[in-house]
Design a protein around this ligand. Structure first.
Ligand code: LFR
Length: 477
């Protein structure tokens, strides 16, 4: 196997990046080519993604990427999509999953189809923004094709149409056992079956750059290779685990907390705990729960007009812990808006003192996230029967020393933090596997472990304090 180079386009809910990754025996190195903010825009009361702005940034990134790339892969956040008309034109700007158009829709669909049928078919947790509920709130009369965000960008780059399976698994419309679109759910919901494109897996060859795109960015006949196009699928593929006795926390805007399984868990208990069975690379199942994540901090910073997160986290480390707590998964925290005010009101309602400084608010968020991590880890182990020796915390949150430490203390498990860019690494590794530059998933993970900066946090042994706080909040997994 010789060294090869790949470009990873990785779009998160708050920022996007184009990275170049070199992969070969003993080598896995990322270089950041371009990083850009992802700013949702509200138009006529609806919250949209600026999809053309994002695509423009992707083109700019690829234009400045080194020559000699073997291929490019694209991943993004899940569930959101663009609709094309019969001529292939985009029907409106994709709507942000935090938009209020789905208010009440999940409840209606659940009542009509039954929770049991939905969960047994798709294995997906009940989140109000899942594609299935967005589609139920959408006029589809002029739609010919639905493309999830990474598939939409791949379509603009190559002209090809398809749906990558890991991301399709987050729609709520994929059959969790067969891995095909659920004709039954589509039919019961009265959705047009024509809009769902053919499915493919990570590693598939999507196509070659359209001639006009190639001319614009100067990369000749560059290929686009399918990766785990759901960012969480790519992140979990790059978890540096050595055995299967691990849990992961993919920590960014969301904290995705769970284990990797061979088969879905579709029990009533699992449904009630709102655990999801999302598709991973190599047919693995990402059995996890969405915990509200760093969104709570990002939205607080936006409200304050404050940029110094490291400074605030350092100050939060000096604030006494477990004094102010929230349930981070309360749906009241989902939409954009004044986060510190919502946190203060929630503390008051729960009988805790309100945070009176920014550092106290940040401490409240981090303690509460650590408690939610603890609960989800315990539930994942219990509901799946998987024993957990270590927790791999990857993504932007792995930079947050205090959060890593609190998560180890709260869960009573060692936490290995890093890599920060797990998603881009997973993206690059899926391409490298398809091009023969690295072996299977285990070999890819060993390469991450051998080459990336990781930090280990041992639990402090005061888990009892956390158990007490979790019980007080009703968060005991
Ligand atoms: C993380 C993520 C989660 C998904 C949420 C919404 O970036 O992809 O996995 O639940 O965003 O799409």
């Amino acid at each position: 196997m010789s060294e090869a180079m790949f470009a990873a386009v990785d779009l998160g809910a708050s920022s996007g990046r184009v990275m170049a990754g070199r992969v070969g025996p003993g080598t896995l190195a990322l270089e950041e080519i371009r990083r850009f903010p992802n700013r949702p825009v509200r138009v006529n009361g609806t919250l949209h993604w600026d999809i053309l702005g994002l695509y423009g940034n992707v083109l700019d990134g690829l234009r400045s990427a080194p020559r000699g790339l073997s291929s490019v892969g694209i991943d993004s956040w899940a569930v959101d999509y663009g609709l094309l008309d019969a001529e292939g034109r985009l029907l409106g700007n994709p709507v942000h999953y935090r938009d209020a158009r789905t208010d009440g829709v999940m409840e209606r669909v659940r009542a009509e189809l039954g929770e049991d049928l939905l969960y047994r078919t798709s294995g997906l947790q009940f989140l109000p923004f899942n594609t299935i509920y967005q589609l139920a709130a959408e006029d589809l009369s002029r739609a010919a094709t639905l493309l999830l965000v990474p598939d939409l960008l791949a379509h603009w780059l190559t002209g090809e149409v398809g749906a990558e399976r890991t991301n399709a698994s987050t729609t709520g419309l994929l059959d969790v056992r067969g891995g095909t679109w659920s004709a039954d759910l589509i039919d019961r919901l009265g959705l047009p079956a024509r809009i769902f494109p053919p499915l493919h897996d990570p590693g598939a060859d999507i196509g070659t750059l359209r001639a006009d795109v190639a001319a614009e960015i100067g990369h000749g006949a560059l290929r686009v290779t399918a990766v785990g196009s759901h960012d969480t699928a790519s992140a979990v593929a790059a978890v540096p685990a050595a055995t299967d006795r691990f849990a992961y926390i993919s920590c960014g805007t969301w904290s995705l907390v769970g284990v990797e399984l061979d088969a879905p868990v579709l029990t009533d208990e699992s449904r009630k705990a709102n655990f999801t069975n999302e598709g991973g690379v190599d047919g693995t199942v990402r059995y996890l729960r969405n915990v509200m994540g760093l969104w709570l901090i990002q939205e607080s910073l936006r409200t304050w007009g404050e940029a110094d997160l490291p400074g605030l986290v350092a100050a939060a480390a000096d604030v006494p812990g477990l004094r102010r707590l929230i349930d981070p998964d309360d749906p009241e925290f989902l939409p954009p808006g004044d986060m510190p005010a919502r946190i203060a009101a929630h503390c008051r309602r729960r009988g805790f003192p309100e945070p009176s400084t920014r550092a106290e608010t940040v401490r409240c968020i981090l303690d509460s996230l650590a408690l939610a991590h603890r609960a989800a880890l315990r539930q994942a182990a219990r509901l799946s029967g998987r024993e957990i020796d270590v927790v791999h915390l990857v993504g932007g949150g792995s930079r947050n020393d205090l959060l890593c430490r609190l998560t180890a203390d709260a869960s009573g498990l060692p936490v290995v933090a890093g890599p920060v860019e797990a998603t881009a690494l997973g993206n690059v590794l899926a391409q490298a596997r398809a091009h023969g530059a690295v072996g299977d998933l285990a070999e890819s993970r060993a390469l991450v472990a051998a080459t990336q900066d990781l930090r280990r946090y041992e639990p402090s042994g005061d888990e009892a304090r956390w158990a007490e706080a979790a019980a007080r909040l009703g968060l005991e997994g």
